[in-house]
Each structure stands twice: as C-alpha cells, then as structure tokens.
Design a binder for this molecule. Structure first.
Ligand code: PSU
Ligand code: MN
Length: 301
C-alpha cells in the first residue's frame, strides 16, 4: 500500500481525510464525465475542510490518494477489474489495475487509518435476491469495517426494504441528513425510516464518536438525499429501472457485471438525465462527508 504525503501528514496530525472510491470512475460513469466528476468531488471535499484520498489498485499496489493523472487513467483505461473484497488478493498478487468498490475502498481506507468515505450509492440486496442471492459485499463490509460511509442510500436498482432489513440484522447504524427516511438515490426519499435523522454535521460526528468510544465494530451508514432541484420523479425512474432490470435478466448478465450494466442502461434510457443526477448527488455527499469528517476531528482533539 502507498499513501501520498499529504494524506499521511493529515492522518498523523488528526486532520480530516475523506476516502473516495474508483469503481464509480471506471465502471459507474462514462468517460470523460467520470474523470470530471472525480476531480470535482475531490475539490468539493477540499472546499469543505478535508483532504480527499481517491483509492484504487495500480500495478498491484493499493494507492491511497491518487494523482489527477492516475484518476484520468482510471477513467479511460480499458480492462480495469472491478475489485470487491474477494478480488483484492488476486489483483495485488497478479500486479493488476483494480477499481475498488465500496467494500474494497472501506477495507483500504481502514488499512490507511481513514475513517470517512463518500460515494454515490452503496450496493445492497438486489431485486429478486430471493432467487439469485445477489447481495452486495458492501453490506457485510459495513457490518465489519470501522468506516463511516456517506451516500445517497442504496442504488435505485436495488430492493431498498430488503437492504435496510439486512443492515438492521448486521447491526449497522443508519443515519439520515435531515430527512426521516432513507435516501432513494435518483429520487428524494423512500418510504423507509432510518434509525435517526440528524440536523447538523456535528450531531452526526457525535454519533460516530459514540460508536467508536463504545468500541462497537463496523461502519455507520449516512444517507443524504439528492437536492430537490436535481431529483428525478420516483415513478419515472422506477419504470426505467424495472425495464433495465428486465433487460439485464434477459441478457443473462449476472454477478459483478450487473450493476455496471444497469447504471449504463439507465443513463441511456433517461437520455443522460440519470447521469446528471448521479453527479449532483455525489458532489452533495462530498460536501456533507467533508463537514462530518471535520467535525469529528474537532471532537477528537
Ligand atoms: N454507486 C454509484 N456508482 C457505482 C457504484 C455505486 O453511484 O458505480 C459501485 C460501488 O463501487 C459499489 C458497487 O460498491 O457499485 C456495487 O457493486 P455490486 O452491486 O456488484 O456489489
Ligand atoms: Mn452482487
């Protein structure tokens, strides 16, 4: 593993650092919007008082805090492997390039000593999981790994109710920024209640601190709804997701290929609208994540 000097200095001094994933770059958005977004997210983290660390695997080495050139390469290079926990040993041993998902990014952040991580939406229990058993590793990572994840809920392609049931079983605390319900990715909120709706970043940071002081292992999931003006109407996006899921099944696409396929297809079916919303929500999460990480650093001093 290698971390850049700025990140190492911040961690040593107890300054806030926010981890960012690379699967959203390599497999979640088309080039060049993926690179523009990744750089804008880093800038937003900085503007809100924290240091960004985009994480990925380069020639078998876990990199904590990529350079803009490396981010550009992740955006356009073909054949970068989507890396979840199970894939990490393979890409490291075989000296490959790997884009880290939520689970692999959480693990890498933990190894480096980073406690906060911002993304778009986590993986979760897929629709139809009762027959396919497709449950993202992200959920068990939240159960096991001590990193707080700030996102806009679980991706709309998932079964949100089952995802929340699973998180409850695993003892993952789910908080929401202001809204009483879990964020619904492209649209504002779901019907599903969270454990607690906080009003300020300081309040969220105090809950993270309490979990750490109690030495309760595992992550905290912080849900942040997309700002109203960028949200897509729930019924509209739901129909499109249904169609994309159907096409995915018909094409026989399974396992780790299904999320990238669905996200791409939804961008096509919405004429690019879902991509715009996806970008806005990640940037909005970067702002909140940096503020919570900063508040947390102050609480720890
Ligand atoms: N959220 C996005 N875009 C993405 C992902 C999440 O807005 O591309 C990625 C994350 O890396 C997440 C992964 O961990 O999709 C989940 O994949 P799967 O469903 O195969 O576990
Ligand atoms: Mn899966």
């Amino acid at each position: 593993m290698r971390a850049n000097q700025e990140v190492l200095d911040c961690l040593k001094e107890g300054k806030p650092v926010v981890a960012l994933e690379s699967t959203i770059i390599s497999h979640g958005m088309p080039y060049p919007r993926n690179v523009e977004t990744a750089l804008l997210v880093e800038k937003t983290v900085r503007e809100n008082g924290a240091t960004p660390a985009t994480i990925g695997v380069i020639d078998g080495e876990i990199v904590i805090g990529m350079t803009p050139e490396e981010i550009e390469e992740f955006g356009k290079r073909k054949g970068i492997v989507k890396v979840s926990k199970r894939d990490l040993p393979i890409v490291v041993a075989k000296k490959m390039w790997g884009a880290t998902t939520v689970s692999a990014t959480m693990l890498s952040a933990k190894m480096a000593g980073i406690e906060f991580f911002v993304t778009g939406g986590i993986g979760g229990v897929h629709r139809g999981a009762e027959t396919t058993w497709d449950v993202s590793r992200d959920l068990d990572e939240l159960a096991d790994t001590d990193v707080t994840v700030i996102c806009s809920g679980a991706k709309a392609i998932l079964d949100i109710k089952k995802t929340l049931e699973y998180l409850e079983t695993k003892g993952v605390t789910v908080l929401s920024n202001k809204a009483e319900t879990f964020a619904n990715f492209y649209s504002v909120s779901s019907d599903d209640r969270v454990d607690y709706a906080f009003k300020t970043p300081e309040e969220a940071a105090s809950i993270v601190k309490a979990k750490r002081d109690l030495k309760l292992s595992g992550g905290i999931l912080i849900s942040n709804p997309v700002p109203d003006e960028y949200a897509l109407p729930h019924d509209y996006i739901d129909k499109i997701v249904d169609q994309a899921v159907k096409e995915c099944e018909e094409a026989g696409i399974k396992g780790k290929e299904s999320t990238p396929f669905l996200l791409k297809r939804i961008v096509e079916l919405t004429g690019g609208k879902s991509l715009e919303t996806n970008i806005k929500l990640v940037v909005n999460n970067a702002k909140l994540g940096a503020m919570i990480a900063s508040s947390y650093s102050k609480l720890r001093k």
